[in-house]
Design a protein around this ligand. Sequence first.
Ligand code: ATP
Length: 370
Amino acid sequence: MAGVRLVGVWKQFGSFTAVKDLTLEVRDGEFLVLLGPSGCGKTTTLRMIAGLEEPTKGQIYIGDKLVADPEKGVFVPPKDRDIAMVFQSYALYPHMTVYENIAFPLKLRKVPKQEIDKRVREVAEMLGLTELLNRKPRELSGGQRQRVALGRAIVRRPQVFLMDEPLSNLDAKLRVKMRAELKKLQKQLGVTTIYVTHDQVEAMTMGDRIAVMNQGVLQQVGTPEEVYEKPANTFVAGFIGSPPMNFLDATITEDGFLDFGEFRLKLLPDQFEVLQDYVGKEVIFGIRPEDIYDALFAQVKIPGENMARGVVDIIENLGGEKIVHISIGGLIVTAKFPGESRVKEGDEIDIVFDMKKIHIFNKKTGKAIL
Ligand code: ATP
């Protein structure tokens, strides 16, 4: 097995830069998710690791082996990289049975027949496909087909799996099931996996670590907890979490408050300490909807310090929880209240901000200060 390392990797398509100076280390056996919006360069990155694209600049290593470095004229073709790819559109051979589809990569490599049989059956067992080995792809459900595609990747025992939105063609329920199955399988096999998705829930539930990209630039790499709790900038903060984090402009006052014009919140002493250089300046305040409470149910309520009064604008009832949009003068904040909350549209309510959970970003750079 092997880790994957990218060092200062760039990819230009003509004058367009799809990937900018990407340095990223994927550890041996790790499940790393490349996450970002459409067009951010995730697929291009994966294709460069696979050898389907050549970087314009930089080095790519699989294990200790340098597989791409345009400056040195090194470019190892895909077939010699010992990787297996699973795509969104998993083209199975329609005229072949499940058995033959899974066996195909081994046959290509002239693996002896007996060994092929042993490995195909092993993989089929692992993926719950044993009963389906004689079927043709058209006789399978979407999820079963996807498992065959996975089987075909696994059977080769590659050093690295590269997956590009492999679950996006499945319906929502099946996707959730396959997410868990795929994660379990990866742990069982211990094969380094790089998984591309634009779906933050997939990233949060599957990744050992998440690498967040935007406009060709790596924004942050960290565990799901790290990127959620300590986002490096406003992009990561806004991209991860649903509904997204609230952002409000605020000025830091001399007496240690965040002044929003319509209301004020008192910073905790250690927060104010860190923000000394920003006194009198504007910053971006961020708080997640789940960290804003209905005052009726809040533990720590200090009027004038962690509270505001607003009017309930719109409620989205999700059953288990309610997404409540509240206007405070001209400002709007979104809160996530428990399903049993009885607030109604038009109600005037007091809300409490959990000051331990707030984020402060530099207004110019978007970088996290707190
Ligand atoms: P998606 O989730 O939509 O697949 P992505 O993050 O995977 O997006 P990429 O496919 O890596 O994005 O594309 C990054 C950018 O590079 C896009 O703006 C795309 O249009 C551009 N791009 C990709 N391949 C080429 C190419 N062969 N020629 C020119 N531009 C390209």
